[in-house]
Write a protein that binds this ligand. Structure first.
Ligand SMILES: Cc1cc2nc3c(=O)[nH]c(=O)nc-3n(C[C@H](O)[C@H](O)[C@H](O)COP(=O)(O)OP(=O)(O)OC[C@H]3O[C@@H](n4cnc5c(N)ncnc54)[C@H](O)[C@@H]3O)c2cc1C
Ligand code: SF4
Length: 510
């Protein structure tokens, strides 16, 4: 019998509730999944990231088969697996002659283009099912953006709160009397540190995952990072467990210490659900509803719950809308004309800077860093170093388990590197070592001094901060959110500015 629907499921589409599976008839339909070498190598990727995706894919395959569905699965362990997703689809069309290909929009422009091309060349209809995973559709985002003079996340977020009724009172006011509680949410841990925080649960790899770990160790021996102590949630059950572990043990203090950093630990009070939510093992509604239920039960305060909801209902939906309404041009943006490579130590963690040494080494071990480590640690350094925005995104995709094109690009190129000139955020996130000193315990154990901007002991962040402002002074003097910083630069004498710019050149190796 000929196949009716061939449902294509990519590694970031492991959604048991996917609209692509609506009306699936086990007698006439089949699923296609492909572990493609290209997906593991199109950027230089860590072993952990590769293993995470393939392990989750194999578990999804098994769950679908258990539910009685045929899954044609191309594994890298096969004799001659297709090297690309496009080749996998092309071969499957040749073999099964489907009437229709069905899929939801993949999370990467590149993949969508490639698959559409294959379908069109083969003359098979490709139906894109709506993506129910997100709260808003791309069309709704477009409608929100059209003709809008003030284009900021805050307005989008408030619109989403009103539209969904989430954290809204019966008389349509924001719960807790305010739209956000940022003032309560920017605290460091102080000298006492974070204290005891329940550690994140670890998920013992079963036989399916162990097979993947062996395969990755063998085939990707030269890839960065390590598979040691791999305990990531790679099934829906484990992902749900990870969510509820956060709600029960860390949500309470999520808001207050959202921006704090601490040597040796990334999880702190964060959820660490980004990777499983981006693979669609869990639905964002499951996360948001669980947090709101904790608030309603009196188990978590409003500043924590609103902060968490804002990340998912606001930021996550915002960056997705920006990606799909501005690609492919968005990927080429480079508003600050940054032209340097990502420094080598970003792949090894080998640096004298105590903060970056810890963050990057941990990232290589775990595939994770929290938001402020990304924005005000690693991303900040790359911004002030002057790395090409797209190269920073490539680096980011290579090392983070949660990095998929639609979410990494606007966050990295846009928010962190200001490559889009102010679309994702209205100002560049630039700061000196004083910020890291205030929000962490790193500087006390570092050979550099965050207060010094010139000389051998100067903190590289501080030197590069002033150099960054000096390089872009004219551009930022008219940005109301940057005026104070530019004014402080102008208080410095010409000799001081010359000295710190010379020091910045030495740091950059130019
Ligand atoms: C430079 C930079 C790059 C980033 N790249 C990615 C990326 O590739 N993938 C990714 O999922 N997140 C990215 N983020 C957003 C954010 O840092 C991560 O989602 C978060 O650190 C993941 O950890 P968590 O699950 O513990 O999140 P929590 O701090 O517990 O937050 C809860 C959830 O909110 C969502 N979220 C929060 N902020 C954002 C945001 N800006 N964009 C999208 N979702 C958000 C995530 O799903 C996250 O799991 C990036 C942020 C920056 C500054
Ligand atoms: S002194 Fe500078 S480089 Fe050292 S830990 Fe502090 S911010 Fe990082």
């Amino acid at each position: 019998m000929t196949l009716r629907n061939l449902v294509v499921v990519c590694g970031d589409q492991l959604d048991h509730n996917s609209a692509a599976l609506d009306g699936f008839d086990p007698e006439r339909d089949a699923i296609l999944m492909t572990e493609a070498m290209e997906e593991a190598t199109y950027v230089w990727q860590s072993k952990r990231r590769i293993a995470f995706f393939f392990a989750a894919m194999r578990h999804f395959r098994d769950a679908q088969r258990k539910a009685g569905r045929t899954v044609h699965y191309n594994s890298l362990d096969d004799d001659a697996p297709p090297t690309t997703l496009a080749a996998g689809l092309s071969a499957a069309i040749g073999r099964h002659d489907p009437e229709r290909i069905v899929m939801v929009r993949p999370g990467d422009w590149r993949v969508r283009e490639a698959l559409e091309e294959v379908a069109s060349a083969a003359g098979v209809t490709l139906t894109t099912a709506p993506d129910r995973h997100f709260y808003s559709s791309v069309a709704e985002f477009e409608e929100f953006s059209d003709g809008r003079k003030r284009f900021i996340m805050e307005d989008f977020y408030r619109m989403m709160r009103k539209r969904t009724g989430l954290l809204m009172t019966d008389d349509a006011k924001p719960e807790g009397g305010a739209w956000n509680f940022d003032k309560e949410n920017r605290k460091g841990f102080g000298k006492k540190g974070p204290g005891l925080i329940a550690p994140r649960a670890r998920y013992q790899p079963g036989p399916v995952t162990v097979d993947v770990l062996r395969m990755v160790e063998k085939r990707f021996a030269d890839a960065p990072g390590t598979l040691e102590d791999f305990g990531e949630p790679v099934t829906r059950d484990d992902a749900l467990h990870a969510l509820h572990d956060f709600i029960a043990n860390r949500l309470c203090n999520f808001g207050t210490f959202q921006d704090a950093m601490w040597d040796g630990s990334s999880t702190l009070n964060h959820s660490r659900i980004s990777a499983v939510i981006n693979l669609k093992l869990i639905d964002p509604r499951e996360a948001v509803d669980a947090a709101i239920a904790a608030y309603e039960a009196g188990a978590a305060p409003i500043n924590a719950v609103e902060g968490f909801v804002r990340q998912i209902l606001g930021w996550r939906e915002w960056v997705r809308g920006i990606y799909w309404t501005r690609m492919p041009e968005y990927a080429d943006l480079n508003a600050l004309d940054a032209d340097r490579d990502v420094p080598d130590f970003f792949w090894t963690g080998e640096t004298d800077m105590a903060c970056l040494r810890d963050m990057i080494s941990r990232l290589l071990r775990t595939g994770y860093a929290h938001h402020i480590e990304r924005l005000m640690g690693m991303g900040l350094y790359l911004l002030m170093h002057g790395a090409r925005p797209y190269a920073t995104h490539d680096w980011h995709v290579g090392l983070y388990l949660d990095a998929i094109d639609w979410v990494s690009l606007p966050n990295m190129l846009g928010m962190s590197q200001h490559g889009d000139g102010g679309v994702v955020g209205t100002k560049p996130y630039c700061a000196s070592g004083a910020y890291i000193d205030r929000m962490s315990n790193y500087c006390g154990n570092c050979r550099f001094d965050p207060k010094q901007s010139t000389g051998e002991d100067a903190c590289p962040f501080t030197t590069l901060y002033w150099d960054f402002l000096a390089r872009h002074e004219e551009r930022f003097e008219s940005n109301p959110r940057m005026v104070l910083q530019v004014r402080n630069l102008r208080r410095k004498g010409a000799d001081e500015v010359r000295a710190l710019r010379e020091r910045a050149d030495i740091l950059r190796g130019s």
